[in-house]
Design a protein around this ligand. Structure first.
Ligand code: HEM
Length: 287
């Protein structure tokens, strides 16, 4: 099994192109991620403009789009689209697991649910960072990918509930005490800020800016990865599929030139917007 650094170095040195590509994300998953990141960027940009409404840049952004009323309108529009996408996702997972009894949704190597191996991988990874042991081997989802998933999932519940409580305050006031309605603003605002800082720093570094993937991991846009990349990044999944005779079922076409260029433009734009928002947040926060 090739080591990841070795693979990357070989590919770079000899211009060696893999001939086989494997599907990692279906088109449905990629569209879902596209809706997720575009609405999140919209919510982050508008949310930060509201939160730091005193800062020079926030006032300039608001003026450019027609005032803070327009900012709130865009925030709510993105929130509705994201909520629909989230509910469709939850319904899909529940129906695959509970109605169609699909195996591996709630437990095992293909599940997003954390297990003992994830904890072990985390410790082994720290040991490897410190040069004290070998690099851990991952299956379909590594522990940090599961963490990212649950951070967004949990964040959606908290931010969504508090957002709708502010939006429809007279309705929520029927069964929530007054102090709770004040608290939801603090919860929404701080949890929103936490989500923005998390996605634009930890998620970006973990996924795109780490040495294996730098400057960007395109698999979420193209859906496919080369055999070398697959073997090196997720050796346990590769071996498991080979053992079960399912590897060939995952074979896919190499991404076309247009698809690669389009993915690059969209991906770099998203990263650039995210990093700009991160810089503006830090600037406004420490101002
Ligand atoms: C279902 C999702 C969401 C809903 C329904 C929602 C709704 C709202 C509403 C109604 C407001 C108050 C607007 C006003 O002042 O009238 C608000 C503010 C805000 N939202 Fe959201 N939002 C959602 C998601 C998000 C997300 C994902 C983020 C972060 C990425 C976010 C960040 C913020 C921030 C920072 C504020 C400003 C709070 C302040 O003034 O301190 N929101 N949101």
């Amino acid at each position: 099994m090739p080591d990841l650094e070795q693979m990357t170095a070989e590919t770079k040195e000899h211009g060696k192109e893999s001939t086989r590509y494997f599907l990692r994300f279906t088109s449905k998953q990629r569209y879902f991620h596209a809706v997720l990141f575009t609405t999140f960027l919209g919510l982050a940009a508008t949310g930060l403009t509201m939160r730091f409404s005193d800062s020079i840049w926030a006032r300039a952004v608001a003026r450019a789009v027609g005032g803070f009323g327009a900012i709130i309108f865009f925030h709510k529009a993105c929130a509705v689209v994201l909520t629909i996408a989230f509910l469709v996702h939850v319904k899909g997972v529940l129906s695959r697991g509970l109605v169609h009894r699909e195996r591996g949704i709630f437990w095992g190597p293909t599940s997003m649910v954390a297990n003992g191996k994830d904890l072990k991988d985390l410790f082994e990874h720290v040991r490897w960072f410190l040069g004290l042991g070998p690099r851990p081997q991952f299956d379909r989802y590594a522990y940090w990918e599961k963490f990212d998933y649950w951070a967004v999932f949990w964040g959606m519940v908290v931010i969504g509930f508090s957002g709708y409580a502010m939006w429809f305050a007279p309705f929520f006031a029927k069964f929530l005490p007054g102090w709770a309605l004040n608290a939801v603003l603090v919860i929404h605002s701080d949890e929103g800020l936490l989500a923005i800082l998390f996605i634009f720093s930890i998620h970006f570094v973990n996924t795109h800016l780490r040495p294996d993937s730098f400057p960007m991991d395109m698999v979420i846009f193209t859906g496919v990865e080369s055999e070398e990349e697959f073997k090196a990044k997720r050796p346990l999944e590769y071996e498991r599929l080979a053992r079960e005779g399912k590897l060939e079922q995952r074979l896919a076409e190499a991404p076309g030139r247009f698809q690669i260029n389009f993915s690059r433009v969209v991906g770099y734009a998203a990263i650039a917007i995210g990093l700009t928002l991160l810089a503006l947040t830090l600037a406004a926060y420490f101002d």
